[in-house]
Write a protein that binds this ligand. Structure first.
Ligand SMILES: Nc1ncnc2c1ncn2[C@@H]1O[C@H](COP(=O)(O)OP(=O)(O)OP(=O)(O)O)[C@@H](O)[C@H]1O
Ligand SMILES: [Mg+2]
Length: 272
């Protein structure tokens, strides 16, 4: 058995793999790198009653991985590159290669993943951390699920300047309900619900458009979305809105939040 651990900026994810299959998954909040890696590993061992003797190697990746200098618990521990891990994990979950992956974590990375070459195209500091950080000041809220529930009740036309606010007709391929300026209207009557929705809308529209440009530049018509930001119902809806306009599909594979950890674990099988 191989354990893949992804020590991200916000959460640490751990998976166990055997024969190229994902067996167990677990998540913890990332504190310092060593505690969260040890914590995620310990949680997985205890929750699933895994025997230490069955673990051949621990593969670590993510922003915190460089802080771990020694083997964990006497098990051979190696560090692998995060971008390659996202690429390998993304191709595994998508079930094919030659894909564009948009990993929405605390920040966002866009990756061109081919069977024999994985490259980092770029990305944006706009990501899940932007939602949490701005919500903390604007809404005085820190609970992610609470922010999402609030946003479900929001009205975008209270905060965003829409094309219908400034034009009588559509603008080329954009309908009148499209955002002309995120937060460009911001009525005094806007409620927290509306601000929460405006925030999520802004983050997913920015990420969605960057992904669409990336896909178009490679003549690919779909984007595989990974990271904790993948399976967000509101985020998915906003990306679907972009699909209607730009004809680029967004895929949200199951276990998308474990992509990087899965890719790290699988990179062991690639080298052997
Ligand atoms: N229950 C939750 N608790 C905290 N954050 C959550 C939760 N659900 C979704 N999120 C979102 O997920 C983001 C973190 O995603 P993820 O775990 O993929 O990032 P990471 O790997 O820690 O960061 P990065 O890859 O950028 O270093 C948070 O910023 C938040 O927006
Ligand atoms: Mg990550």
């Amino acid at each position: 058995m191989i354990i893949g651990i992804d020590i991200g900026s916000t959460t640490t994810k751990a998976v166990s793999l055997d024969g190229g299959r994902v067996i167990h998954k677990t998540k913890t909040k990332a504190s310092d790198a060593v505690s969260s890696a040890a914590g995620a590993f310990g949680k997985m061992i205890v929750e699933h009653d895994i025997r230490m003797a069955n673990i051949r190697e621990i593969i670590i990746t993510g922003v915190g991985a460089a802080k771990i200098k020694n083997d964990l618990f006497g098990i051979p521990t190696v560090m692998v590159d995060e971008i390659s891990s996202i690429g390998i994990g993304g191709m595994f979950l998508a079930g094919r290669d030659n894909i564009i992956i948009t990993n929405i974590g605390t920040g966002t990375a866009i990756i061109d993943a081919r069977r024999d070459n994985i490259s980092h195209m770029g990305g944006s500091g706009v990501g899940g951390g932007t939602i949490l950080g701005l919500a903390k000041k604007l809404l005085l809220m820190s609970d992610f699920n609470g922010i999402m529930e609030l946003a479900q009740q929001g009205k975008l036309n209270q905060v965003d300047l829409l094309l219908e606010d400034i034009m009588e007709t559509d603008l080329s391929f954009l309908g009148r309900q499209s955002t002309a300026s995120n937060f460009g209207k911001m009525l005094d009557s806007a409620r927290n619900e509306d601000i929460a929705l405006g925030l999520i809308n802004m983050v997913y529209q920015v990420i969605g458009m960057l992904s669409i440009f990336a896909a178009k530049s490679r003549n690919i018509d779909r984007v595989v979305v990974t990271g904790n930001g993948s399976n967000n119902p509101l985020g998915k809806k906003i990306l679907e809105g972009l699909t209607k306009i730009f004809r680029i599909l967004f895929e949200h594979p199951e276990d998308a939040e474990y992509t990087t950890a899965i890719g790290a674990g699988l990179s062991w099988e690639r080298k052997t």
